[in-house]
Design a protein around this ligand. Structure first.
Ligand code: CTP
Length: 433
């Protein structure tokens, strides 16, 4: 999405992740947006306003009142908390500290940023970043919950090593996730902040909360979906593959996005359009898929593996087309591909691991003994759910599946569209049941 003509007010509050906002400014500018930066007093301790002025090409504001006679440029802005709010298409706070979240949630307006927040009417996107214990503190969580109730959008922090040396949830979300969420809000603006209409906000709701007849519950969560077949190359023009269309995975990705998740879709070759608002990673072979999943997996709160990954790949690849004149017949020897799902669950389920423990859903494609085989895969691959289906579902818009949970609970879903199945799978993920 080209951001030309869009004005983004980027607020930077005082945390070490403030340096990442400089890159965010550059990325938004590169996409054509007009970026204005508001900094808190403590943000200026971390990064100089000059950095943001240089990258945005606009003056940086941090004081309530400006003496416009000093600044010939942009002198129409004399009360930034009002004037900038009028120009704003999207207000992003990245990083947002516990302090600024607390001020927003409680109507405290004692500096430019907290006052600006009260006057802005555009969508608001907040990307918190702080120490993991601060983020987990019930007061901070209560403030976030309160703001979500006012239709404020959040990109939840990532998990991992923090600047303070601790490990946990609190790192500023990846910039590409903030970017894709911002683009989504600009192209499809949800209800403005503070609106109190009974209809659900487009960005989802609280965990397990029923909105518009559906449990939303994925707001701000990162959902990693794999889809489609893989191509295992024999030579530059030939490959081994399967009949997967990718429709199930694309339906899951779209449904998760509609529920407010940050969606990463890793897909093998399909003829489907990329669902809007998702981060799309295109791959060909099982080993490409493995590489990309391993890069992304740490960010995921939910992993849904619909892809029909080739179990075998040619042992030898010919980088020149195999010519028929030279060969009466050929034998292609296959070797086993790694089982990606087993590999990631064995890493993620390890209690020593610093990585979060996501909800993992696998698919089982069977011709015989569907339920028995699926149950075995559920156990072996340490999954939360497995969606068992027969090869009859390949390629079509509908499927008949059975969803089996960890506790052995089994749900026979009658024949229905893959879109509807996607919603049922996500309902189960949200309720964990
Ligand atoms: N899967 C994977 N890597 C593989 C093969 C499968 O990650 N090399 C994942 C699929 O995405 C799916 C699940 O494992 O979510 C089960 O895939 P399936 O093809 O049904 O089973 P396999 O484990 O490959 O076993 P088999 O083919 O012997 O039935």
């Amino acid at each position: 999405m080209n951001l030309k003509g869009k004005t983004i007010i980027l607020a930077v509050s005082g945390g070490i992740a403030a340096y990442k906002s400089a890159e965010l400014t550059r990325l938004f500018k590169k996409e054509g947006a007009d970026v204005w930066v508001v900094m808190t007093k403590s943000a200026k301790e971390f990064v100089s306003p000059l950095t943001f002025e240089t990258l945005s090409g606009n003056r940086v504001y941090s004081e309530m009142f400006v003496d416009s006679s000093i600044f010939n440029l942009q002198s129409s802005i004399s009360m930034p908390h009002i004037d900038l709010a009028k120009m704003c298409d999207l207000f992003i706070v990245a990083p947002a500290t516990a302090n600024i979240i607390g001020k927003f949630a409680n109507g405290i307006a004692d500096d430019l940023l907290s006052t600006f927040y009260l006057s802005v009417t555009s969508p608001v996107l907040i990307a918190p970043a702080m120490n993991n214990n601060m983020y987990a503190n019930p007061v901070v969580q209560e403030n976030i919950k309160k703001l979500k109730g006012f239709n404020i959008n959040f990109v939840e922090p990532g998990f991992g090593e923090l600047a303070c040396g601790d490990k946990g949830e609190g790192r500023l979300a990846e910039l590409d996730i903030i970017m894709s969420r911002a683009k989504e809000l600009l192209s499809n603006p949800p209800m403005p902040p503070f609106a109190t209409s009974p209809s659900p906000p487009l960005d989802g709701g609280e965990k397990g909360e029923v909105k518009g007849g559906r449990k939303m519950g994925l707001e701000g969560k990162t959902v990693l979906v794999t889809a489609g077949p893989t191509h295992e190359a024999i030579d530059p023009v030939r490959f081994i593959s399967n009949l997967s269309s990718g429709k199930m995975g694309y339906a899951v990705a779209s449904a998760a996005r509609r529920r407010g998740a940050n969606v990463i879709l890793i897909s093998g070759p399909t003829s489907l359009p990329v669902p809007s608002g998702v981060r799309f990673i295109s791959i060909k072979s099982a080993s490409d898929m493995r590489r990309e999943i391993l890069k992304e997996v740490k960010k995921a709160d939910v992993i849904i593996m619909t892809a029909a990954v080739s179990d075998f790949t040619p042992e030898n690849y010919s980088d020149k087309k195999i010519k028929k004149e030279a060969n009466e017949g050929i034998t292609v020897k296959l070797k086993k591909n790694p089982d990606i799902l087993s590999e990631i669950t064995s890493k993620l389920r390890n209690p020593q691991s610093a990585i979060r423990n996501p909800i993992i859903v696998g698919f089982a494609l069977e011709t015989d003994d569907i339920i028995k085989n699926a149950k075995e895969k559920l156990k072996e691959k340490e999954l939360d759910f497995i969606v068992a289906n027969s090869v009859n579902g390949f390629g079509g818009d509908q499927n008949k599946v059975t969803i089996i949970g960890r506790k052995g609970n089994l749900d026979d879903i009658p024949l229905m569209s893959k879109d509807a199945i996607a919603e049922i799978i996500l309902d189960k993920v949200v309720s964990k049941d």
